[in-house]
Design a protein around this ligand. Sequence first.
Ligand code: FES
Length: 161
Amino acid sequence: MAAYTLNVNGRRAEVTTDPSTPLLWVLREDLKMTGTKYGCGIAACGACTVLVGGVATRSCAVPISLLGERPVVTIEGMATDPVGRRVQDAWVSTDVVQCGYCQSGQIMTAVALLKTVPNPNSSSPFVRTSRRPNSRTRQPSRLKHLSTCELTGRSSYRSTA
Ligand code: FES
């Protein structure tokens, strides 16, 4: 066990835990901040994404001992963040949610992008899109693949026409 002093959403927090404990579990179990979700535990799904030093980071893969003095911002901190507030408002107005489980990680990833690239488009760095063939014709579809939910397998698409 070791003691750590964290800066989470601008507030100081003291925790005593095993140095190998992932940041995700410190947030959820020690600090009772359950907005950050556990999905895969192997840095693959993004449900646990928080900002560490302003960078979108999979908190399930960061041992608390490697955090150092970098500030952490979670979904709970988005209510007072101007970019976070706008992203959350857009989330609601455009009905982004699928099952909703990983949306905090998606919002944190979007906030990190918008803080880096304020007006992104499909050719901006960090924006990934792909073309998938239409399942019936095997021709490239006119839909731009935006994301696939790792839990449900449901994809979201946007028309490119
Ligand atoms: S739970 Fe961390 S990436 Fe899936």
